[in-house]
Design a protein around this ligand. Structure first.
Ligand SMILES: Cc1cc2nc3c(=O)[nH]c(=O)nc-3n(C[C@H](O)[C@H](O)[C@H](O)COP(=O)(O)O)c2cc1C
Length: 262
């Protein structure tokens, strides 16, 4: 009886010890890998920015991406309330997504204005700028908004005229592969370069059209085909672009930059 009790206690002790040792290993691995994870996330974002801005090529190694990004792209902080560049934070370390969850650095968006379904809006954001011969060559702005199942996170890049699209794409989402996930299809993304965001009156005119655009229409230059079988994701992308390029997003900043007053 007593030896049976002893063996049960011993079994429990061994199990506890194994659990303890394993949890130390798992916690240690999580802590040790954290910097690598942060580095890889940054690298992924940089690779995505370069691709959307039409710089480099997809086969670039990690060190080539880092080198090209450092040598070509500058991060700048924008105050979304004033629509002007700001030095209130360091653009290299400032994280607009983290800021959007901080009540001191963001505000709740009223439902009627929240067409991208992001709930909170950060005061400052980071844009990326490519300059050539001292002139703005490409402006890359972060965009995000809800599709059908998930928030899509991406960038839109425009030329120095602040109107012609260089590229648009997402680096993170959880839409269904083959349906909403077709936002990553190079053929769909290939429709964006050359499109213009604003019409002749300076009004935001970018649009995703269900069923496909009419190439003969004067509006076609602002439009891209909706994704077949994924109208809800397409509508989400249309909404998020109209939000971030509009009055509550980068609209005032784009207007100030155009007027030389950013
Ligand atoms: C399992 C499943 C996954 C779906 N995933 C998506 C999706 O990621 N994006 C989307 O817009 N529609 C998705 N749909 C379809 C939507 O429910 C809806 O039918 C569709 O957006 C309507 O688009 P359509 O008018 O082009 O057919 C999915 C449907 C099913 C059954």
């Amino acid at each position: 009886m007593s030896s049976q009790k002893e063996s049960t206690v011993r079994t429990l002790m061994v199990a506890l010890l194994v659990c303890l040792v394993c949890s130390v290993f798992v916690a240690g691995a999580a802590v040790a890998l954290k910097p690598t994870q942060v580095d890889n996330r940054l690298l992924d974002k940089q690779r995505s920015i370069l691709a959307i801005a039409g710089l480099g090529d997809p086969g670039m190694s990690s060190s080539q991406v880092k080198e090209m990004f450092k040598g070509t792209v500058s991060a700048k902080l924008v105050d979304l309330q004033t629509g002007k560049f700001s030095d209130a934070r360091d653009p290299l370390t400032f994280d607009p997504l983290k800021a959007s969850k901080d009540p001191k650095l963001s505000s709740v968006l009223p439902g009627a204005e929240d067409i991208a379904s992001i709930k909170r809006m950060e005061r400052y954001s980071t844009v990326y700028v490519v300059e050539k011969n001292g002139e703005l060559d490409t402006l890359i702005m972060p965009v995000r908004g809800y599709g059908l199942w998930s928030t899509l996170y991406g960038f839109i890049a425009v030329k120095g005229d602040l109107n012609t699209v260089v590229g648009m794409g997402f680096y993170q989402h959880a839409e269904t592969p083959g349906l909403g996930g077709e936002v990553d299809n190079p053929k769909w993304k290939g429709q964006w370069p050359g499109k213009t965001l604003f019409d002749e009156d300076g009004k935001l005119a970018v649009q995703i059209v269900k069923g496909g655009i009419d190439a003969q229409s004067p509006q076609a230059v602002h439009q891209v085909d909706g994704l077949a079988g994924a109208t809800l994701t397409s509508k989400g992308v249309d909404n998020l672009l109209n939000f971030w390029l509009g009055e509550n997003g980068f609209g005032p900043f784009i207007a100030n930059l155009r007027a030389g007053e950013a």
